[in-house]
Design a protein around this ligand. Structure first.
Ligand code: 3PG
Length: 208
């Protein structure tokens, strides 16, 4: 699989996770899975991110673990080597896009305009991250581009909450949404994995 279309159908919400303590990775993944979530975007924003991906890939095989914040060509290969099953980027450059293709992994490249989305579609990519969703026009923007670009499906991410999620999920061109609210910093700092499981349960119920 070279595009990310199937990734959009795993869970209504793709948690965007920032792990600072590598020992949190497996308990977080298990908590999300226990709450019904089957996919994680673990961001390459901390020094332990690749090790965290590796642990989840090895120890929690029932959750699909991807690498997020892929912003440089090297990240794509590093994520592949760590065991990531997919890649997510906030936006694309030609080099990052080529590096994502080179891994052979499915990926969700970020786009926030019709032109960016069209350029990706020219490369055969029809499943995209719409980022930053709220700041780029949110539900109204996605509704507007659904008319001229009906072949594209999105995972809007950025500024979405449990409360605003249903309006996105109701759109025909939205497969799932991304959000960091399932794994808030304070819950991670307190190692409160049961709270994360409760957030996951609420998020899973968004599409029953
Ligand atoms: C991302 O990295 O995709 C976003 O920062 C997540 O956005 P959120 O924190 O507003 O959910």
């Amino acid at each position: 699989m070279s595009t990310g279309a199937d990734l959009l159908d795993l869970s209504p919400v793709m948690p965007v996770v920032v792990v600072s303590d590598v020992d949190d990775a497996v308990p977080v993944a298990r908590a999300l899975l226990a709450g019904g979530i089957r996919v994680i975007e673990l961001t390459l924003r901390t020094p332990v991110a690749l090790a965290a991906i590796e642990r989840v890939a090895n120890e929690v095989p029932d959750i699909v673990i991807g690498a997020g914040t892929v912003t440089a060509p090297d990240h794509a290969k590093q994520a592949l080597d760590a065991g990531a099953s997919f890649l997510v980027t906030p936006g694309v450059t030609d080099q990052v896009l080529d590096a994502c293709f080179d891994t052979g992994l499915p990926f969700l490249p970020g786009a926030s305009t019709a032109s960016e989305a069209m350029r990706l579609a020219e490369r055969g990519v029809t499943a995209l991250k719409f980022f930053p969703a709220e700041a780029s026009g949110g539900v109204d923007y996605l509704k507007s581009i659904g008319g001229p670009l009906p072949g594209l499906r999105f995972c809007p991410t950025g500024g979405i909450t449990l409360k605003t999620a249903p309006a996105y999920l109701a759109l025909p061109n939205v497969g799932c949404i991304g959000g960091s609210w399932l794994t808030p910093k304070d819950a991670l700092a307190a190692k409160d994995f049961s709270r994360i499981e409760a957030f996951a349960r609420e998020a899973s119920a968004l599409r029953g």
